[in-house]
Design a protein around this ligand. Structure first.
Ligand code: SF4
Ligand code: SF4
Ligand code: SF4
Length: 397
């Protein structure tokens, strides 16, 4: 027998799926596999059956089906009912937890020592493995792939900061695997005239990936810890260079945290992207850029003000070496889905690479930590992938 519904699940019932099928056109899982049972429409049908006739479904099957979503959010933008599939899927995952959730929670919360060790190992994996395996790819997401030789530098900064206090929110991936991103971001912020503390706040995960995985309590704890860290730092500007972190942080005012009057609005106004402040910097070349440089648009945060600032920065800096975006296609990272269905994640990535068909020697830059990991692990041979910050040389180098 299934357990009774939570209040939040009942709330989803107020807005029903009208089976119009518009979401099928935008769901990366459907595009990559042609399988309609993976669609947002199917997930909302599953949620409805659970609400109305819970005895028809077994918890194990619900957990399996609920695991098959990348949480990219593309369907919500297309849905005339405004249904948020990642939220509905997170509710299903929360109500029907399995081992994958426990593992994902440990992975995110306690990966401080494990991630760098796996990254070290992944860089020693043999290239050109005879039989490609999605689980092997998942391991490779820990930081394999060629590094990038920087070819840009900021030669002149406008005083965008005016001495304002700012802190960086690097996110788990930068903290654990790519500390150079944070170093570069700190140099750029200092150049822009912001005042940075000697020690950055003791941040937790932004909570997005925990929330999508249905680890609701862990997400709430992470959000509250970050709110407390911001208060302790004196409520400065929070500057991010990962679209998914920014999207997660901007969602905090909707969460039931210990907000003081007016504080949620101030929080939201404080969360800004680094590229947003770089619109008027002067950029010079410090080396020859690759023949073609693409930009991968992260799904998350695409509707937020300031989205696209990093792409505009690169396009301006690269001139005719800028080859455009990788298309309006998700990378297939999918967070917890990497544990349950890595082959689907790989199929979505393959769709992107097949459509783009980049030549060897090309470079793909992006502004989302998750996209960097996924694209690095799945890129065709000879194609480099990195965060856009990696294109910039150290300011004092
Ligand atoms: S969030 Fe993305 S992967 Fe999940 S159902 Fe919607 S479009 Fe498909
Ligand atoms: S777009 Fe929305 S209403 Fe239409 S089928 Fe998809 S989930 Fe249902
Ligand atoms: S990792 Fe990037 S492309 Fe993939 S779902 Fe998240 S934001 Fe979208």
């Amino acid at each position: 027998m299934m357990r009774p519904l939570h209040a939040k699940e009942i709330d989803h019932a107020v807005k029903e799926c009208i089976l119009c099928g518009r979401c099928l056109e935008v769901c990366p899982l459907v595009s990559a596999t042609g399988r309609e049972e993976l669609s947002p429409k199917a997930k909302h049908t599953l949620a409805r059956v659970l609400r109305q006739e819970p005895e028809r479904l077994e918890g194990k099957h619900v957990a399996e089906l609920a695991g098959l979503c990348l949480a990219c959010g593309r369907c919500e933008k297309a849905c005339p009912q405004g249904l948020c599939t990642p939220e509905a899927v997170a509710d299903l995952r929360h109500a029907h937890p399995d081992l994958k959730q426990w593992l994902w929670k440990q992975w995110i919360e306690k990966g401080g020592a494990l991630w760098p060790a796996l990254a070290w190992l992944s860089r020693r994996l043999p290239e050109g493995r005879a039989e490609p395996s999605p689980r092997y790819d998942a391991f490779k997401t820990m930081g394999s792939g060629p590094g990038i030789t920087p070819f840009l530098r900021v030669s002149n900064f406008p005083d965008a900061g005016l001495g304002r206090e700012a802190v960086l929110f690097p996110g788990c991936t930068a903290r654990r695997l790519f500390p150079a991103w944070t170093d570069r971001a700190a140099e750029l912020l200092a150049g822009l005239g912001f005042s940075l503390p000697k020690k950055q706040p003791d941040w937790a995960c932004c909570g997005s990936t925990l929330g999508h995985a249905g680890c609701t309590e862990a997400q709430h704890e992470a959000q509250q810890a970050n709110l407390d860290a911001w208060r302790k730092a004196g409520r400065p500007l929070i500057v991010t260079f990962c679209a998914t972190c920014r999207c997660g942080l901007r969602g905090y005012p909707d969460a039931d945290l210990s907000w003081e009057p007016g504080e949620a609005l101030r929080w939201n106004e404080s969360v800004t992207s680094l590229a947003h402040f770089m619109a008027d910097v002067t950029i010079e070349s410090t080396g020859e850029p690759p023949a073609a440089v693409y930009y991968h648009k992260p799904c998350h945060g695409s509707g937020l003000a300031g989205a696209g600032a990093d792409e505009a920065l690169l396009a301006r800096a690269l001139g005719d070496r800028y080859a455009g975006t990788t298309g309006d296609v998700c990378c297939g990272m999918g967070g917890i889905m990497q544990l349950g269905a890595p082959q689907l994640s790989r199929q979505v990535a393959d769709t992107l690479w097949t459509r783009l068909n980049p030549s060897a020697g090309s470079l793909v830059l992006t502004g989302c930590s998750g996209c960097v990991l996924q694209l690095k692990a799945t890129a065709p041979e000879g194609v480099a992938v990195g965060h856009w910050l990696e294109a910039f040389s150290p300011q004092n180098g």
